[in-house]
Design a protein around this ligand. Structure first.
Ligand SMILES: [Zn+2]
Length: 313
């Protein structure tokens, strides 16, 4: 919230800029232009925002296709899309490392940037297995993968939307209340499914699930890569193999399309199977995308952690 409050100081300036740059005539020409224009960074932010606004605002997702937020490269057309927006909604927590460049390129001092993680307490990145460094500086950015923390993100997005578009405040609030209830149901499902399961050892492809692991009592053994595009060093790989054997982890969670050969090699050397867990970093967000894809993750975790019943006599 700190960043958002700071940015709100620019509101009088936004009003002046809006009056001066001819936004009003555009609304006369095209009634659709009267709607609030929002750009979100990637799938979870888009899904939450769409769930709150419905059709009352124009909500566009900056990252689409097969690019994730860790390896996104800004293009001039991205800058133009944000230049036309009233609000830019990001996960924050350092995930969108390109954000400062984007804001500088847009060059509009009044652009409101909503950092959805601003009110969250971040977890530190664990030191890389087998490495000498103490982990990436700052907190782990994957806050959205915790169905409880994401409820605060939704409330932060709601606050920004109703301040930017007070005419639709009541609808935004009603929509967000309904959405928050669905997120609470999702959290209850995760607890109901995962609580009874034993030995929930989590080995993931990249360091995306510390919040989910902490929330549901999963034992975080380690990850293969700090970022999707960063291969482990030989020492890190050796340490990971040891950690997997020590924890007797029998499933590795891969991400679609990333390093399948490396994962197969690790699986072959440890006897673990490969399953898939979705970081929600790639793909297009509609209003149910977050809920749908997190439920698919829950199903994957359930299948991986459910051990075959011992044979009876
Ligand atoms: Zn990530």
């Amino acid at each position: 919230m700190r960043r958002f409050r700071l940015l709100l100081r620019w509101i009088p300036l936004i009003a002046l800029v809006s009056l001066g740059c001819g936004r009003e005539p555009a609304r006369v020409d095209n009634p659709g232009a009267a709607k609030l224009r929002v750009v979100t960074s990637f799938l979870p932010m888009q899904a939450h925002t769409r769930a709150i606004t419905g059709d009352l605002a124009i909500v566009e997702q900056l990252l689409s296709g097969d690019t994730g937020p860790h390896d996104f490269q800004l293009t001039p057309s991205d800058v133009r899309r944000v230049a036309d927006a009233d609000l830019l909604i990001v996960n924050g927590a350092g995930l969108e490392a390109w954000l400062d460049d984007l804001i500088a390129s847009v060059g509009r001092p009044g652009l409101q940037v909503v950092d959805a993680s601003a009110d969250l307490r971040l977890r530190k990145n664990p030191p890389a297995l087998g490495g000498t460094d103490a982990g990436e500086p700052g907190g782990n950015p994957h806050t959205w993968l915790d169905p409880v923390l994401c409820q605060q993100q939704v409330r932060t997005i709601l606050d920004a939307l109703r301040q930017a578009d007070p005419g639709n405040e009541a609808a935004y609030e009603a929509n967000s209340n309904a959405y928050l209830e669905r997120l609470r149901d999702l959290d209850a499902e995760f607890r109901a499914v995962l609580d009874p399961l034993p030995a929930k050892n989590l080995v993931t492809f990249h360091d995306a699930f510390p919040y989910l692991a902490a929330r549901y009592g999963l034992h975080y053994v380690g990850c293969v890569a700090e970022f999707p595009e960063k291969d482990p060093s030989p020492a890190q790989l050796a340490a990971l193999l040891d950690a997997i054997r020590d924890a007797n982890a029998h499933v590795l969670f891969a991400e679609s399309g990333y390093a399948p050969e490396l994962l197969k090699r690790i699986a072959d050397q440890t006897g673990a199977k490969v399953s898939e867990l979705d970081t929600l970093e790639i793909g297009q967000g509609d209003a149910s995308a977050y809920l749908d894809r997190m439920r698919a993750n829950l199903a994957a975790l359930q299948a991986a952690f459910a051990r075959p019943r011992p044979q009876g006599p």
